[in-house]
Design a protein around this ligand. Sequence first.
Ligand code: ATP
Ligand code: MG
Length: 572
Amino acid sequence: MSEDKIEITENDEKGLNFVEQIVANDLKEGKNGGRLNTRFPPEPNGYLHIGHAKAICMDFGVAEKFGGTCNLRFDDTNPVKEDVEYVDAIREDIKWLGYDWGNREYYASDYFPQLYDLAIRLIKEGKAYVDQQTAEQIAEQKGTPTTPGIESPYRNRPIEENLDLFERMNKGEFDEGTYVLRAKIDMANPNMHFRDPIMYRIIKTPHHRTGTKWNVYPMYDFAHGQSDYFEGVTHSICTLEFEVHRPLYEYFVKELADESYCPRQIEFNRLNLTYTLMSKRKLLQLVKEGLVAGWDDPRMPTICGLRRRGYTPESIKNFVNKIGYTKYEALNSISLLEHSIREDLNKRATRVSAVVNPVKLIITNYPEDKVETMEMENNPEQENSGTHSMPFTRELYIEREDFMEEAPKKFFRLSIDKEVRLKGAYIIKATGCKKDANGNIEEIYCEYDPDTKSGMPGSMRKVKGTLHWVSAKHCINAEARLYDRLFSVENPSKESEENGIDFRELLNPDSLKVVENVKIEPYLAEIAKPGDKFQFQRIGYFAVDPDSTADRLVFNRTIGLKDSWEKEQKKA
Ligand code: ATP
Ligand code: MG
């Protein structure tokens, strides 16, 4: 626990969100000795998703802002669902987002001894008892928010008997589900969480850190607040669904804390995104059933999925910043997230040429063996980003969609007798094409105007369209994975709940399209390493996938160039 007192000046309070304002006030009032210590408390039962990123930005961000510290605490109280695989992945994802918890890595399981001692103390003080009813019986007796619950017949068991039973529960004498330890609070309390909540249950599955040492495990409500206290956490920031747990949080914490130091829970709204879902349980199901390729499938809302897709930490943080923190549940548009990555990659991604759906273009008046070297701009958004060379030859590939034999008026790409510019090269005019028996175009013929070479005065001539291209002789084949939204409906969670549809039926069947023979320029093949990000001119942003080999590059389409967020904003 650091003893440094944080000074707040008036100036710092401008532009703060509501959580930061609370923190600033507490610091100003000198609460907790003027310390600020937050925590991010993931349960290692799955991979982190973009919703967790929102919590991480808050927990680490507020500590950073006011010079406090943020702990990473694994909330590992349920060995049945938890695993070290998740612990490692969580660490990696937080680091990737750019946050550092130093040596403040903790585990709720570190506090099992203290929590057990507290439970014993509460039993001795008559504030806890061992119940031996079934889970169903206990649930039935809970009552409803408007009708009081029924007291358990074991509620007034003598203290000695409670102590004996609880100790034997922990020694492993009883089967799972036979006994629980409950807090003896108030079965008529309007807050259901006060109706003798369960503190401990028996679990016989070995724990990934404590092995078979324990046979009883604390429930979330009996572990979280106390863990905050043991760690010196001052502000326990969590999502709105814990608001109703707060009185119980305070009830247990008061058993330990005094005025000199007491952790405080503050809630903000969860992140929900359109066309995806944030339930770890459902995401796990998608992974286990092979409905996606893994936790890091680029269609997943997981941090590792977004990373593989080509998202940058900055784009995620900018997005979180834009949506902000409030006290109201909301559904945020995924196109705002997409807007953020587009904005970021526009600044940083090198422009390259790749033809995703190639058709051959033959320049009939260009010499057979001639190769010219064209200089292509690396990034017009970045000063001094330089150029790279691209070979130009008689036979090129262009996008199939960029040619129409007979084009309507508004078609500004290539058609017979019409001119277009080949980016960074010449102006050409189509003269004809060759088709197969089914009418599919196999080759397009054109003539170039030698006076229109890029950079020369003749190139200033106005033409409506500019096409990207690669040299047929020099280009290299690569694979592109084109992703679309994971679900076909805006709010898959709501839709499946309200209409009784299995959420898996709402998956978008066209969320992945693999294109085998994308033609990429040689420069790209030379420099691309897994994780690198590029703009394929006129197509979109692509990231090099770790599946790439020395012989074959694989690209993930991060996002297309068209910004649907801006369109949505204009409509609104
Ligand atoms: P579970 O259902 O397993 O509890 P969870 O998503 O709440 O799932 P935790 O590992 O308990 O997972 O979450 C760690 C922290 O992340 C918590 O403080 C939680 O409030 C926060 N968090 C989880 N989901 C979101 C979300 N969608 N938006 C913002 N914060 C979130
Ligand atoms: Mg949780």
